[in-house]
Design a protein around this ligand. Sequence first.
Ligand code: ATP
Length: 272
Amino acid sequence: ARAQAMQVDHSPNVVYEDIGGLDEQIREVREAVEEPLINAEQFREVGIDPPSGVLLHGPPGTGKTMLAKAVANETDATFIKMAGSELVRKFIGEGARLVRDLFELASEREPAIIFIDEIDAIAAKRTESKTSGDAEVQRTMMQLLSEMDGFEDRGEIRIIAATNRFDMLDRAILRPGRFDRLIEVAKPDAEGRERILEIHTKDLNLAEELDLAAIAAETEDFSGAELASLTTEAGMFAIRDGRTEVRMADFEDAREKVTEEEGSETGPIAFY
Ligand code: ATP
């Protein structure tokens, strides 16, 4: 079960340049996670404690997992991911033990970044969720808190958690010494969307007419993940049409398709 519940990856292949529109968030993550790992000695000499845990919060598909992976890559750390929702759904009765295993594995593989996705599944306010009243979920959360409280002597392990439901979180996990650095990862603005489109079309055979700024302007409310699938879909439309070059019209068709799939209210809009 341990192997299934945790995804382990040494220096995952995401770099900061792969992440669009999150320059400020990258700066904050580097300061909170990367610096203390790389300059542990300096932090000790100055006499300040680095942030214990970093919480990334914001809508789905905005790059939270990418940020955590990029830090692990940059620091040459082992990336160990666990999904809160899986702990609750798939590993009933094993949550607390798996959390203990998670920290044990991290200390065997340090430097390590522990990434807990969907932390709200194990750390929701009791009133907000049916499952959090569950004694088992409570035990899992208590185990996480006790692991974090005993964190100081844990050496080169950093913990990053992510949630789409910040409002639902039990405030106990935000206390000093726990997840005491909050970083908001919002949906990208037009400039961020253009940058994300640049990243995802890097290897695409784009027609001369292609205007990424125009596409960015017409994809309001798209997350990074939606822009990534928009790009893939646009390529698919070109292929269906027997072309090797991707045109504006392909992005329009793709936008309609992605918007429909997301069940969004926004109707099709032409890019130009
Ligand atoms: P969730 O909350 O659903 O777990 P997330 O915020 O962790 O989502 P990621 O898993 O990091 O999102 O992103 C999913 C995919 O979307 C990435 O692999 C990437 O292709 C694309 N993506 C998302 N955000 C960005 C971004 N800011 N820049 C470039 N690509 C992005």
